[in-house]
Design a protein around this ligand. Structure first.
Ligand SMILES: Cc1ncc(COP(=O)(O)O)c(C=O)c1O
Length: 364
């Protein structure tokens, strides 16, 4: 049996099923920076506890200015949300596409948001034979009957980044065919060399870039994400029509503080540049495991040991990983693991060695 309904991070459910305390599990199922919340933010929150006593600015002016300055775009292009997830739903509702294309496997919330407004969904299957990456054949299916395309760069759960020339060709094709292109760059901050599509927004008025700050800055419980687009009419309508005050005062404060925390950002890159290849190599050395080279802070893998329920076996070792069987296009052989601290990554590798050693056919 597999735990994890739609998302990683469901340690409460997994712990309850195991009859153990949630705190006793090491959570490799949610992809959160192990450096934890930046100290600069902890200080800002404790110094400003009185913010909880009044309403935040309903326009979040200081927050939007900080985000706009960071990306060097006009403030009208930016809209913050209570996590990126809120903006996925707001944007889909505002654009109200009739027919959308989704790449599989992909993040579940696009489908939920589109289904909620009755949008027809066409799937474009990424295949293992093509390394789980889209290629030029995606361009040929971007026809005028489509209204909307979601892309996730780097993709979740595969952790792979499509070629940047292909991304621009897709944006071009979407512009020609009036297809709203929604780029989910939730994990892009983990790729210091990749600017993403925000620098190209002025050329593509139907391009919507979504960013999350919850993973890189480890504020998944505080929640903050944002939308950036040159389509100021759509951004403005969402701003006017949505519920007030969905971002709490501390999350708004976070957005003004963390992007300037260069020490935290540099320390995060140091951690990832060491642990990303180390965990990847460690996984690939295990007989029975095939891992794909990660670009972000998580690793997609296949377990080829017949009859082994890897998630269940690792739970016995107090480790929770993300089962990917419920992603359209994948099956029970696929899993995703977060890249965590050196000590936790060692625990994962040790536990995997134990689990695979006692499994027929895996170790020889
Ligand atoms: C690809 C992707 N996009 C967006 C989100 C949502 O991020 P947030 O926590 O900012 O709502 C997630 C969360 O797991 C994700 O994996």
């Amino acid at each position: 049996m597999a735990f994890s309904s739609q998302h990683g991070g469901n340690i409460i459910e997994a712990a309850a099923a195991m009859g153990v305390e949630a705190d006793s599990l090491i959570d490799f199922s949610a992809n959160i920076n192990p450096l934890g919340m930046p100290d600069s933010l902890k200080r800002a929150i404790t110094d400003n506890l009185a913010l909880a006593e009044r309403y935040p600015d309903v326009e979040y002016r200081a927050l939007h200015q900080a985000l706009a300055a960071y990306h060097q775009v006009p403030a009208q292009w930016v809209l913050a949300g209570n996590g990126e997830t809120e903006l996925i739903f707001n944007l889909v509702q505002q654009l109200s596409p009739r027919k959308a294309l989704l790449l599989t496997p992909g993040f579940a919330e696009y489908r939920r948001a589109l289904t909620r407004i009755g949008c027809e969904i066409v799937d474009f299957h990424l295949s293992e034979a093509q390394g789980w990456q889209p290629d030029e054949s995606l361009l040929t299916v971007l026809t005028p009957e489509l209204d909307c395309l979601f892309l996730c760069t780097p993709n979740n759960p595969t952790g792979l980044m499509p070629d940047s020339a292909l991304l621009l060709a897709i944006a071009q094709r979407c512009r020609e065919n009036h297809i709203a292109l929604i780029m989910d760059e939730a994990f892009l901050d983990f790729l210091p060399q990749e600017p993403g599509l925000i620098p190209h927004l002025a050329r593509f008025p139907q391009l919507y870039v979504l960013r999350s700050l919850t993973k890189f800055f480890a504020i998944a419980g505080l929640r903050l994400g944002y939308l950036v687009s040159a389509d100021t009419a759509t951004v403005g309508r969402i701003r006017e029509q949505r519920e007030p005050w969905t971002i709490n005062a501390f999350a708004a404060l976070a957005g003004e503080v963390i992007l300037n925390d260069q020490a935290y950002i540099a320390a995060s890159y140091r951690w990832l540049s060491a642990e990303q290849p180390r965990l990847f190599n460690g996984l690939n050395e295990l007989a029975g495991i095939k891992a794909w080279p990660p670009r972000a802070n998580y690793i997609f893998l296949r377990c080829d040991v017949n009859g082994l329920e890897l998630q269940r076996a690792l739970l016995e070792e107090n480790i929770l990983i993300r089962h990917c069987a419920n992603y359209p296009g994948l099956d029970a052989r696929y899993y995703r693991v977060a890249i965590k601290s050196p000590a936790d990554n060692d625990r994962l590798l040790d536990a995997l060695r134990r689990v695979l050693k006692y499994t027929d056919g895996a170790d020889e």
